[in-house]
Design a protein around this ligand. Structure first.
Ligand code: CUA
Length: 467
């Protein structure tokens, strides 16, 4: 009797929870209402079966509870078996068949759909849009380099006017069907936007795709929904659905592949002249001056330096009012008026001879080693930095500065700007540090890493061993 009551409560509670629960689909922003419908059908079929099976169970518990008589043994009952098989088959077909119809539409983009490419890599998104010719150029992983991160075929005319978006945010116009072509540079990723209801894996070596017609303007999060390594959770992007007018204005600001290739190489000699301003705080040799809160800037790769300078210039970094040292950099950026000057000075600084910075902090390097397991994924096992990850060198850099940056990242003083993708990832990582002491510990461990020169030898010997 008690069991029957429990079962009844379970049924009533489950049904009530389903209808009263605050959790439901996010508002739909695409043409894929049919995907919601298939889920609803599944809810109805499984819901009705759930109720029926449990009520039957209650009935059996009451009707056939233990009395003295013996149970009948009835191994064959054709009528019952046929009935159950037919009902189950109808239920299963009701759940699967609508999905097949929707899948048929999903893999068949309409002819009028325009194509855009989303490129995933650990742990970020980039995009490529067709230029004036309306076509994307061909690509090949063999063409991928620092200057050509998309691997666009430089000999393909159609690729020259492709618009490259290196930010994690992409815009698309409302009410126009669009096909997302999906490519991965490294491992499996997954492109998913909850409000669009569609998602698709990115598979290295393949171009996968999905299509939709956005129906509501707005900003939607792109989530990677395939476990792709330690930074998976931070692999976020944004898609902004614009009116056609706003979209045209936005796409007019994007650079073409040809423009990125036509940039003249940076000139360190011009950079040296520009470095005059930086020298006042960072020192003649770029070794940093702690009293002025200016870190050592040698030993960093050129792209990282240029990226940080650009962030300072755009107010992506150093604009937080709590970041008083970062703020001092912003006005200095007036002296680097354009991208070219940033590239010149970055080339000069990256070419400066590098010396290990003095050790100024103390901590438990053994403890720090445990924390560093997380950092290692991007910054390298000996803190050498991995430019492809946007991760700078840590070993041999100003240790007091590293501690302060960890603190700033953890507390959203650095990296919280919506356009600071790497900063966002680092902010998420920095939250593993419970307190100031743990930051000292990890930096103490970084201080035990080989100095830059030794590090290079060590990397060289590692490579030799692998050969
Ligand atoms: Cu990419 Cu998870």
């Amino acid at each position: 009797m008690l069991l029957a009551v429990v079962l009844l409560l379970l049924v009533v509670g489950t049904v009530a929870f389903h209808f009263l629960s605050p959790w439901w689909f996010t508002p739909l922003a695409s043409n894929w209402g049919t995907i919601d419908l298939t889920i609803l059908i599944t809810f109805w079929v499984t819901g009705v079966v759930f109720i029926a099976v449990n009520l039957f169970l209650i009935y059996c518990v009451l009707k056939f509870r233990n009395r003295t008589e013996r149970a009948d043994y009835e191994p064959e009952n054709t009528k019952l078996e046929v009935g159950l098989t037919v009902i189950t088959a109808i239920g299963v077909a009701a759940m699967l068949a609508p999905g097949l119809f929707v899948w048929g539409q999903f893999i068949d983009p309409p002819d009028e759909a325009w194509e855009l490419e989303a490129l995933g890599q650990q742990w970020r998104w980039m995009y490529r849009l067709p230029g004036e010719d309306g076509e994307l150029g061909t690509t090949d992983p063999g063409f991928i380099s620092a200057d050509n991160p998309f691997g666009i075929n430089p000999h393909d005319e159609r690729g020259q006017d492709d618009l490259l978006v290196s930010s994690s945010e992409v815009h698309i116009p409302v009410d126009r069907p669009v096909t997302f072509l999906l490519r991965s540079k490294d491992v499996l990723h997954n492109f998913a936007v909850a409000q669009f209801r569609v998602k698709m894996d990115l598979v290295p070596g393949l171009v996968t795709y999905m299509w939709l017609t956005p129906t509501e303007t707005g900003t939607y999060d792109i989530l990677c929904e395939e476990l792709c390594g330690v930074g998976h959770f931070a692999m976020r992007g944004r898609v902004v659905v614009d009116s056609q007018e706003d979209f045209d204005a936005w796409s007019a600001q994007q650079v073409t592949f040809a423009e990125t290739q036509a940039l003249p190489p940076p000139d360190p000699t011009i950079g040296q002249a520009l470095y005059g301003t930086c020298m006042a705080c960072h020192g003649v040799d770029g070794s940093g001056v702690e009293q002025l809160n200016a870190p050592k800037i040698t030993g960093l790769d050129e792209a990282y330096i240029a990226h940080q300078l650009t962030n300072f210039k755009k107010g992506i970094r150093g604009a937080n009012e709590e970041d008083k040292y970062g703020q001092t950099m912003a006005p200095m950026m007036a002296l680097l008026p354009d991208d070219a000057s940033i590239r010149h000075v970055s080339a000069y600084v990256a070419g400066l001879p590098d010396e290990q910075a003095a050790t100024t902090i103390e901590g438990d390097a053994e403890m720090g080693k445990r924390y560093y397991v997380t950092c290692e994924q991007c910054h390298g096992d000996i803190g050498q930095g991995i430019p492809a990850m946007g991760a700078p060198r840590l070993s041999g850099q100003s240790d007091w500065y590293l501690v302060r940056q960890l603190f700033n990242f953890k507390h959203g003083i650095r990296g919280a700007h919506p356009d600071d993708l790497y900063g966002f990832q680092m902010g998420a990582m920095a939250r593993i540090f419970r307190d100031q002491q743990s930051m000292f510990d990890v930096v103490a461990y970084i201080n035990t890493m080989p100095s830059p020169a030794e590090g290079e030898n060590q990397i060289a010997s590692l490579e030799l061993n692998q050969e």
